[in-house]
Write a protein that binds this ligand. Structure first.
Ligand code: GDP
Ligand code: IMO
Ligand code: MG
Length: 420
């Protein structure tokens, strides 16, 4: 059996949480492979919205097994908050959720370091979610990090103090004022909660499951344009958000990858700083933001909005080897007279069809215009019945990318999903 991967093709928030929840009934296992509490994955079930940050989006299904993979970084305090919220809803997560021993821990001082680094950047701030992601992955690469498996070791406190001491020295250099007393207390309480979960060698468990014929869906966080290698560096996150990240973040071989589901919004959004060629600063951008309710699920920050960028989308599809596309938020475009798609860029005096190394203000999208469908999509359930203008939009994207769009999402609820 092979493992299927679902990931974002833009700058995050494509609707991964909703679609993973919709697809979970086809799978036995859902496994998150990277990122951490910087992610906010929303699901809507019977008009109730749930936001997950570190817990896989399969958790609401009775039969599903959920795994937090080694590629994830976990904040115990946020984990406890998520678990408490699930318990209140009657979800027995202890039974359904396992955590890799190799998942790295976000320490209270990692969060403080994130804030100190961002503050020191002044105008070149990345717009980090300040959840401690960068500093935690930095310690992982520096080989000084702490992992979930360490909480079971006798000298855990010693290891913790050693790392915190290193962080304090750095913070002193930054002359950064902070107080972690309260958060540290909650952190150690949450560590006790983590001990009640199954702490596993997830790479072995996952490969055993595959050998037994179990169906596994790997859930990505962020999006391809935020990938550490290929995103708009340095305005990226600190993990590999692309399909290859599922191999390293779960311990599965490339030859074990099956379907790659690539999710994109029918337009584009970005939260935080960094280049965004099709960003709209006008009334239309504001309309997309309002109609799409484009405010971050983790930080509440307004998301920047713009038209669909096919150049960036094709690049993402190439990097991930996407086999099926999923288009979300088509309904947000219901009232638009005209819909635009960037099919190339004007870069200085040149016309280009790729993302240049430096994406700066000299880049100007070349748009193709589409007639809007001007219809409420909420009553549609069959792809064949969709308005012709929307069918044209879909067909164009499929022809340009050479990948079929298999799912069209027309609202936040589980049921507002059309399979094609
Ligand atoms: P994720 O990070 O990729 O899981 O996406 P987020 O949850 O951060 O952001 C997606 C937002 O759009 C959430 O508020 C979802 O409830 C909502 N959403 C998902 N799919 C659709 C859709 O097809 N239409 C509309 N209108 N909203 C959607
Ligand atoms: P989901 O999984 C959208 C952005 C931040 C910032 C940059 C670096 O919900 O799609 P970090 O906290 O990782 O240091 O921030 O990446 N970012 C996201 N944007 N969706 C996300 O996750 C994001 N996670 C991080 O806004 O620009
Ligand atoms: Mg999100």
């Amino acid at each position: 059996m092979k493992i299927d991967v679902l990931l974002g093709l833009q700058w995050g928030d494509e609707g991964k949480g909703k679609i993973v929840d919709v697809l979970t009934r086809r799978y036995n296992v859902v496994a998150r492979f990277q990122g951490g509490p910087n992610a906010g994955h929303s699901l809507e079930i019977n008009n109730i919205k749930h936001v997950l940050h570190q817990i896989p989006s399969g958790i609401f299904h009775k039969q599903s097994i959920n795994i937090i993979g080694n590629g994830v970084v976990i904040d115990p305090v946020i984990f406890k908050e998520e678990i408490d919220a699930l318990t209140e809803l009657g979800v027995n997560s202890v039974e359904k959720l396992s955590i890799s021993k190799k998942t790295h821990l976000i320490l209270p001082t990692h969060k403080i370091l994130d804030a100190a680094y961002e503050q020191s950047k002044g105008k070149t701030k990345i717009g980090s979610t300040l959840k401690g992601i960068g500093p935690t992955y930095t310690d992982k690469a520096s080989r000084t990090g702490l992992r979930v498996g360490d909480i079971l070791s006798k000298n855990f406190l010693e290891k913790y103090n050693k790392l915190v001491e290193k962080h304090k020295q750095i913070l002193n250099q930054y002359n950064f004022k902070y107080d972690i007393t309260e958060y540290e207390k909650k952190w150690f309480e949450a560590i006790e909660l983590i001990k009640s979960f199954k702490i596993i060698d997830s790479e072995i468990v996952i490969n055993n499951y595959l050998n037994q014929g179990k169906k596994i869906l790997a859930e990505g966080a962020q999006g391809t344009m935020l990938d550490l290698e290929f995103g708009s560096y340095p305005f990226v996150t600190s993990s590999n958000t692309i399909c290859a990240g599922a191999c390293t973040g779960l311990g599965v071989a490339p030859s074990k990858i099956g379907e790659v589901f690539g999710i994109f919004k029918a337009y584009c959004t970005r939260v935080g700083a960094g280049p965004f060629p099709t960003e709209l600063f006008d009334k239309t951008g504001k309309e997309l933001q309002d109609l799409g309710n484009e405010f971050g699920a983790t930080t509440g920050r307004p998301r920047r909005c713009g038209w669909l960028d096919l150049v960036a989308l094709k690049y993402s599809i190439m990097l991930n080897g996407v086999t099926q596309l999923i288009m979300t938020k088509g309904d947000v475009l219901n009232s638009f007279e005209t819909i635009k798609v960037a099919v190339g860029y004007k870069y200085g005096n040149e016309k280009i069809d790729y993302l240049p190394f430096e994406i700066d203000d000299n880049i100007e999208p070349i748009y193709k215009e589409f007639k809007g469908w001007k219809k409420d999509l909420s009553n549609f359930s069959d792809a064949n019945d969709l308005p012709d203008e929307l069918k044209d939009y879909i067909k164009f994207i499929e022809e340009e990318t050479n990948v079929p769009i298999r799912i069209i999402s027309i609202g936040p609820d589980r049921n507002q999903t059309i399979f094609k």
